[in-house]
Ligand binder design. Sequence first.
Ligand SMILES: CC(C)(COP(=O)(O)OP(=O)(O)OC[C@H]1O[C@@H](n2cnc3c(N)ncnc32)[C@H](O)[C@@H]1OP(=O)(O)O)[C@@H](O)C(=O)NCCC(=O)NCCS
Length: 174
Amino acid sequence: MSTAASITDEIGVNIFIEPLSKEHFFDEFDCEHQDTTDFLKDDALRYQNENIAVSWVVKDKFNVVLGYVTLSMAAIKANIPKIKLDGVSVRQYPALKIGRIGVTKEHKHRKIGKLLIMIATWKAKDLQDVVGCRHLIVDSYFDRITFYEQFGFERVESKPSGDTTKMFLLVSDV
Ligand SMILES: CC(C)(COP(=O)(O)OP(=O)(O)OC[C@H]1O[C@@H](n2cnc3c(N)ncnc32)[C@H](O)[C@@H]1OP(=O)(O)O)[C@@H](O)C(=O)NCCC(=O)NCCS
């Protein structure tokens, strides 16, 4: 996987990564997906204040949010054949969940989405040293599956629910 320096070179503007705060500007944020846009504007800070989820933002030097990824603790059922372990029997594996990810429309296709996935992966790796975190998981919309597959995410072979399907990445493979 790319380093932070190489990815910021690819993006080509000065960007900064930090947890969402009241200091950030996101009134104009529009990632062309209503729920994901609304979550940043209406809910993300409240989720953070209540310790439900943390949103990490990629911002410019003016504190304007270009993209964000929302992370929370989760678990994935251990009865998925693909991820059975030798000699370890547990009902669920610990995971970090990507709840939301979005990039504002003016900055799409500049690898900010890729950087946001990397941020999630770095956080999952940090957690591995502290509490154990085997997977990064996401409920992907069907037309976004290829976005996640390029980073190594695989579909969980269970029934998709509604308009999304569960995908997972084995963090130690990254
Ligand atoms: C999906 C999203 C986060 C990608 O952000 P981005 O910064 O444009 O992505 P990147 O520039 O890092 O893209 C890297 C590669 O991912 C692929 N990709 C980008 N957007 C994609 C999409 N919507 N579906 C499938 N693949 C996609 C492309 O191969 C792209 O490379 P390219 O631009 O050279 O063609 C962004 O389009 C977005 O905010 N979408 C609306 C919200 C959303 O759908 N969230 C995910 C819900 S599951």
